[in-house]
Design a binder for this molecule. Structure first.
Ligand SMILES: [Zn+2]
Ligand SMILES: [Zn+2]
Length: 278
């Protein structure tokens, strides 16, 4: 069994309206490419902030500019007009857990993917006015904040999957990067991860980004495995051609660290299936 669960039916760019991308024909395009690549378990996980309902959770200016679609229409489309698993990529926002829980309650998800993109009102992965690195004191400080928040996200109980667990490295050498053994940062998230046993996403998206690495780093993955966390395999595709992107690399890593099973989700219940061949 191969999965791709962290999948967007459209790019993040402006000019990508739901009417054009949330269509049976577009879902079919994704299904066809996934099948070609040996991926049977395919699900979609639209960004929560593209829905109007997200403004009840947070009114960040970036969200206010993006939140135009209807969440119920998305759920109805995926359930009734496609054969894809229904997921969502929801941000972890400290202090707003109850509001996010209320929003998530409205959907009958197969899985909820939790992401840390924001540290307070700045983002770790956007190259714009909200870039956290614009006034960061040091790499040390940003990485510590990121991994503390990641641990809180795991512990929140809001999510089934912890997305791109070391996203803070996305820029590689284009932003400050701490030296030495990075486990001093990972350690800050481990209590939340260990207690929740949240499923850990192994994502090939980092291979398409400046960092050029899989998320998470092998040492972080090994730590999560020692804590008993299962693994979810995804590409974070935003176009059909990203599906299963460089899964050979990810499967090599999983074999190296002894992972033989992947998580499969159905209505927020998870089970394990043997890893398949691409
Ligand atoms: Zn993300
Ligand atoms: Zn994503």
């Amino acid at each position: 069994m191969l999965t791709d669960y962290h999948v967007h039916l459209r790019p993040d760019d402006p000019g990508t309206p739901a009417q054009r991308f949330f269509t049976p024909a577009n879902a079919e395009r994704y299904r066809a490419v996934a099948s070609e690549r040996g991926i049977d378990e395919l699900g979609v996980s639209e960004h929560v902030y593209r829905f109007r309902q997200a403004l009840d959770v947070w009114r960040h200016p970036f969200w206010a500019g993006q939140a135009v679609d209807d969440l119920d229409a998305y759920c109805g489309f995926v359930r009734e007009e496609t054969d894809l698993r229904l997921g969502i990529e929801a941000d972890f926002l400290p202090g707003r857990e109850d509001r996010m829980a209320n929003l998530l309650e409205a959907g009958d998800w197969d899985y909820v993917i939790g992401s840390v993109h924001f540290l307070r009102d700045q983002a770790v992965d956007t190259d714009d006015e909200w870039d956290v690195w614009r006034d960061a004191r040091s790499a040390e400080e940003v990485w510590k904040r990121y991994f503390r928040t990641l641990g809180e996200a795991a512990a929140s109980g809001l999510f089934d999957v912890l997305a791109h667990p070391d996203l803070v490295k996305v820029w590689g050498g284009d932003r400050p990067r701490p030296d030495g053994d990075l486990r001093r940062f990972y350690e800050l998230a481990m209590e939340g991860i260990a207690e929740s046993r949240i499923a850990i996403e192994v994502s090939t998206a980092g291979l398409r980004k400046p960092v050029g690495e899989i998320y998470p780093d092998r040492a972080l993955l090994e730590w999560c495995l020692e804590c008993g966390c299962p693994v979810v395999l995804s590409s974070d595709a935003h176009v059909p051609d990203h599906l299963g992107y460089r899964y050979g690399d990810a499967l090599g890593l999983l074999a190296d660290v002894g992972v033989k099973e992947l998580c499969v989700f159905d209505r927020r219940r998870r089970r394990l299936e043997p890893v398949g061949e691409p």
